[in-house]
Every structure is written in C-alpha cells, then in structure tokens.
Design a protein around this ligand. Structure first.
Ligand SMILES: [Zn+2]
Length: 206
C-alpha cells in the first residue's frame, strides 16, 4: 500500500484534537494516541510525530497524563526525550539521563543530581508540550491489538518516503539517529506496516 501513510495522516487529522487543558473524561479508557507538533507538516496535514499506547487495562488517560503533564521524566520516556533535546548543549543533560524514580536512586544521586535544575527542566518540558503538542486518540480495547496497531502505525510512517521533520524540529537535537528521522519513538519502527485489512478497519471503525 503505497498511499498508506497519506491515508493514515488524513484520517488521524480528521479525529477530534486535544491539547493543553483537555478534559480527561472525553478520552476512551483503552486505546492509542497520536501526537502532532506545531510547525510539523506532512501530506498537507499535521505530521504525526509520535504514536503511543498503554499496557495496563483502562490506563490510557493516566498514561497520557504522565507523558504530557506529570513532572516526572522517569515515568515517561517521551518527556525524557523532549528534555534531552531542550538540554542538547547543556552539561545538565548527563544528570537528566539518570533515573531518580526510586528512593534508593534518589539517595544514591543526592549529591550528583541538581534537583532544583531537574525541577526547572521538568517545567520547561511541560511548557513545551503545552505550547506545541496536540493529540488524537482512538479506542482499542484489546491489549494485543493495541500493541500491534501501535507498531503498524509507526512502521508505516517510518517506511514513508514523504514524511520528514522540518528543519527546525526539536527532535533533530536528539542524540539517537532514530529520533532524528522524525518520530519521538525508538522502538517498533521497523515491523510490519498496516495491512490493507487493518487500514480498512481503522477507517471504518473510527
Ligand atoms: Zn508519510
């Protein structure tokens, strides 16, 4: 399917968009979210810059909140990636890469991590997200179906020759070349693309 990525973009752009200040009860309990970013265009529409889902049942709203607004990058690799780019030339990056979620690690890093600077950076990440990102969601109840569709969407976009990041895309500052290709995702990029049947059911169901 040559046109799969274009069709996917047209379809995703037609779903109701959410951004900063959205109300969580409008979201389905289980599903996939697709993120757009200001200034990023593909196929004459907003370019998809991330696809994500959740494993725990009924957790979609919680996962999106953790990614977009909860100031804890160690619970969200997406926040960690955005912070890495905002800190690209900053020596604090090395500390940002350390995981300080657990009590043991917090104690271990007490004299290594500048927690004040970390808090500031979390705020910058949240601000960047609020200013630049919007997202759409669609419901997928079954976990294995969610995981398959997530990788199918990512692989379809990765395989597309016509989706590029803009020259000023923040992700270009990331150290990982996979992110610099245009998606805030590292895994699941090179699996099977959306099959004709999967595409058909997406377009019919939502
Ligand atoms: Zn494309």
């Amino acid at each position: 399917m040559n046109d799969a990525c274009r069709i996917l973009h047209e379809w995703a752009n037609g779903l109701p968009k959410f951004s900063h200040g959205y109300s969580v009860d409008k979201l389905p309990k289980n599903g996939i979210y697709i993120v757009f970013e200001k200034g990023e265009i593909a196929h004459n529409a907003d370019r998809i810059v991330r696809v994500g889902t959740h494993t725990g049942q009924n957790n979609l709203g919680k996962r999106i909140f953790e990614h977009l607004y909860k100031p804890n990058k160690d619970r969200s690799v997406f926040r960690k990636h955005i912070g890495r780019c905002l800190l690209a030339d900053n020596p604090f990056l090395e500390q940002w890469n350390l995981d300080s979620t657990t009590k043991v690690n917090r104690e271990k890093y007490i004299n290594i991590i500048d927690f004040e600077k970390q808090k500031e950076t979390e705020e910058e990440v949240t601000q960047y997200i609020a200013d630049n990102l919007s997202f759409v969601v669609f419901e997928v109840t079954d976990k294995s179906e969610r995981l398959r569709l997530e990788e199918a969407l990512l692989s379809t976009i990765t395989a597309c020759k016509r989706c590029f990041p803009s020259k000023s895309w923040l992700g270009l500052k990331h150290q990982n070349p996979r992110i610099r290709q245009g998606l805030w995702n590292i895994q699941g990029l090179n699996k099977g693309i959306l099959s004709t049947n999967e595409m058909k059911s997406l377009l019919e169901e939502y």
